[in-house]
Design a protein. Structure first.
Length: 192
């Protein structure tokens, strides 16, 4: 069952303490679980034993020490600011959770490995300081239906509880990138 969920991974070793698997070419990740007393909370540590995308030697990262780790290539971003300033990432959409909007997924394409990263909207919530409406207008006559289209990034003018997320997408999309930052080229040498 574990192997079937990891379509790009081949399990190399399984034990009670750690799971080792390969992803792509020649890179091995080991995920170990360390349990606190009483088993109330698990913490994960990821060891990337292959070559890192930046060419640096392998390292051990605590999942709680980084903002995001790419599940395909293993690149990590220590902070949200570092993540948002990375020209190799592109905001591509939002997958709504109508029960709890903050749990909806903000979607990014990671250009260097061609995978999509998902981060809960609550991770960016503090960037928005505008009005938050109580009523959901989705499906009403004045609704533009933006939330129903995951790739739609426009802000919605309707006074709806979803409006703050729509405005947040604009903030993320327009976040300034450092001067001279360009998206990395693909394997074929073309920028996407």
């Amino acid at each position: 069952m574990f192997a079937s969920r990891m379509s790009r991974c081949a399990i190399a070793q399984v034990s009670s303490a750690a799971v080792a698997f390969t992803r792509g070419r020649n890179s091995v990740y080991t995920i170990g679980l360390a349990w606190r007393a009483g088993g109330a909370r698990a913490t994960s540590r990821i060891r990337h034993a292959g070559r890192r995308p930046d060419g640096q030697p392998p390292s051990v990262l605590s999942v709680s020490d980084v903002f995001k780790i790419c599940p395909l290539c293993g690149q990590s971003w220590a902070t949200r600011r570092e993540f948002m300033e990375d020209a190799g990432l592109e905001l591509v959409g939002y997958q709504v959770d109508f029960q709890e909007l903050a749990l909806g997924l903000v979607l990014f394409n990671h250009r260097s490995c061609q995978t999509t990263l998902a981060i809960r909207a609550q991770s960016f919530r503090d960037l928005y300081d505008g009005p938050v409406y109580r009523d959901c207008r989705t499906g009403e006559k004045d609704c533009r239906g933006y939330c129903l289209r995951p790739n739609e990034l426009r802000a919605c003018p309707v006074e709806c509880e979803c409006a703050w997320v729509r405005a947040l997408l604009g903030i993320i999309r327009d976040w300034p990138k450092p001067m001279g930052a360009e998206p990395p080229a693909t394997a074929a040498g073309f920028n996407l």
